[in-house]
Design a protein around this ligand. Structure first.
Ligand SMILES: [Zn+2]
Length: 229
């Protein structure tokens, strides 16, 4: 009842298409839940996402949606990242996490690490946009969540102003690990919002790959794939 009253005064809108939500809908409307371009593979030992990381030995790779510009997936990410709609991360975490929890490969993940953002950006935005998504994934997989172990140390300038090469070089030296020992022999799941070139993830992998016995997997809300998955 209280929810119904609150809803009249503060109607919530869909994180993807922005139309007002019904009271029974959480974050994303029913229509979008059916029409968003979900990727058919969940993990599988080799998939198109592995191709992005072919220079590394990563274990599992998964994303919930196919990313394309000017689509509702972009709108969803934009709302999560720039319009203070942290809740979208939770909703997507539940959605993706429910799928991953059914996959025996993902049940062996020990720690979920969100790709970090620089503290200056954290201050501006007020939150790391992948934290809520990562927290829920960790919960669903019975894994730990740690957002302080991996740090972004260089504040790269607006990426749009850089060439792809500059972007890669800056990015590669931009991550620092606070404590390697605690990750020994662990299966890590790195999570990010969108994977396109994979540069940010690769910078994190560079930081982690020498740790003894480590296994690295990656998950994202959306990925840009060359062909349909
Ligand atoms: Zn919608």
């Amino acid at each position: 009842m209280l929810n119904e009253i609150l809803y009249i005064f503060f109607p919530k809108s869909c994180g993807s298409c922005n139309i007002p939500l019904h009271t029974f809908e959480e974050g994303i409307c029913t229509s979008c839940r059916h029409s968003l371009p979900e990727i058919s593979f969940v993990s599988s030992v080799e998939n198109q996402m592995h191709d992005i990381f072919k220079e590394y030995k990563i274990s599992l790779a998964t994303a919930l949606f196919n990313f394309e510009k000017h689509t509702e997936v972009q709108e969803l990410i934009h709302n999560l990242k720039y319009r203070n709609q942290k809740k979208i991360g939770k909703v997507i975490g539940h959605w993706h996490g429910a799928k991953l929890a059914l996959d025996t490969n993902f049940c062996h993940v020990d720690v979920v690490l969100p790709v970090p953002i620089h503290k200056k950006k954290l201050k501006q935005r007020g939150y790391n946009q992948v934290s809520s998504y990562g927290t829920i994934l960790a919960k669903k997989l019975n894994a730990d969540f740690n957002e302080s172990i991996l740090k972004k140390v260089i504040h790269t300038k607006t990426q749009a102003k850089q060439t792809r090469q500059e972007r890669f070089e800056n990015m590669f030296n931009s991550m620092e690990l606070a404590d390697a020992t605690s990750l020994k022999n662990k299966h890590i799941l790195l999570v990010d919002d969108v994977i396109t070139t994979g540069a940010t993830m690769k910078a994190c992998i560079e930081c982690l790959k020498e740790i003894e016995g480590i296994k690295i997997s990656v998950a994202a809300i959306a990925v840009t794939l060359l062909e349909d998955a």
